[in-house]
Design a protein around this ligand. Structure first.
Ligand SMILES: [Zn+2]
Length: 125
């Protein structure tokens, strides 16, 4: 009688142990999957954040380039207009204090443009 009880007890213990082991691996598996998905989402979120921040940095850099010269001196206000030198319409035409309007391509050459263009146009006007 005692040995029969032992066998039943042993069997029950085996079943419980197997269940716990199964549960352990099951939990580990689920945790692994959840962890992997969470990690993937985190990486995606970080990449998106980084790209957005990079875009903002690029935008600011571009804006700074629009507003300031390479040597750091501020450029005049700009807006939509026609360039006085090349007659090209641009969203970013600089409105100079002397009344001239120059596109981003002509603006860096304004010192040469001042000598050749305005001296001749002022004579005619
Ligand atoms: Zn121009």
């Amino acid at each position: 009688m005692g040995s029969a009880m032992d066998i039943v007890e042993q069997a029950a213990r085996d079943v419980l142990e197997r269940m716990f082991r199964g549960l352990f691996w099951g939990v580990l598996f689920v945790a692994g999957v959840v962890g992997a998905v969470a990690l993937l989402l985190l990486v995606i979120a970080l990449v998106r954040l980084w790209r957005r921040r990079w875009a903002i940095v690029q935008e600011e850099r571009q804006e700074r380039r629009r507003r300031y010269d390479a040597d750091g001196t501020p450029r005049p206000a700009y807006g939509r207009g026609l360039c006085d030198v090349c007659q090209k319409a641009d969203e970013q035409t600089y409105h100079l204090s002397d009344g001239r309007r120059l596109c981003p391509a002509c603006y860096p050459k304004r010192h040469e443009a001042r000598v050749s263009e305005t001296s001749s146009t002022k004579e005619h006007v």
